[in-house]
Design a protein around this ligand. Structure first.
Ligand SMILES: [Zn+2]
Length: 199
């Protein structure tokens, strides 16, 4: 049995995605063996990110202020909104250099089985942005998974009702089906972007 503080660290580490009990134990021992300085730097980095980083009030991307850098960047098209599931997807798309518009981060995908309904995501906030006007196209870049597709269809339907003049597009096929956008390589994702189609 581990001493209670060690057990507590293992328990906390094992809550991380992809970290099972054995890996958590290995990480905990690694931290114990290493310098105080390294361990405190990690603890402080976690603390700082939680205290300083919040969500952009416009697009819900991660931000260290009320608005994220992309929303503050006046060179970016305001009439083009790319809808993604997670902040990590923004990073993936930015890497392709194929998109010069703004984003809207939903915070997940619809999944009734897991109890994730439209009101659990930033969907009404997206509709409000469209309703405010000045939007020409909404590119839906949710993951090519079952939940991502269902989310795309839901949003496309909603925008069609709300603002039929706004064109709604979806990334071209070619992305690995069932995979997260986050893991698509830049070239494939860039191509999917350039070849987006109306839905
Ligand atoms: Zn933003």
């Amino acid at each position: 049995m581990h001493a209670p503080p060690v057990q507590r660290l293992i328990t906390e580490l094992s809550k991380l995605p992809g970290v099972g009990g054995r890996t958590a134990q290995r990480l905990a021992f690694h931290l114990l063996r290493g310098s105080d300085e390294d361990a405190f730097a990690l603890a402080e980095a976690i603390r700082e990110v939680k205290l300083r980083i919040g969500l952009c009030e416009v697009c819900f991307n991660l931000s260290d202020g009320p608005r994220c850098r992309i929303c503050l960047d006046e060179r970016r098209d305001t009439d083009l909104i790319c809808v993604v599931e997670e902040p990590a997807d923004v990073i993936s798309i930015e890497r392709t250099h194929e998109f010069a518009g703004r984003y809207h981060v939903l915070g997940g995908a619809l999944s009734p089985i897991d109890g994730i309904d439209p009101e659990d995501l930033k969907i009404s906030e997206l509709y409000a942005r469209v309703r405010d006007g000045g939007v020409r196209e909404v590119v839906i870049a949710t993951n090519p998974t079952t939940t991502g597709e269902a989310t795309a269809m839901h949003i496309a339907g909603g925008i069609r009702q709300l603002a039929p003049e706004v064109s709604v597009t979806r990334l071209a096929s070619g992305l690995p089906v069932g995979a997260d956008l986050e893991y698509a390589d830049e070239l494939t994702l860039g191509r999917a972007f350039a070849g987006r189609r109306a839905v």
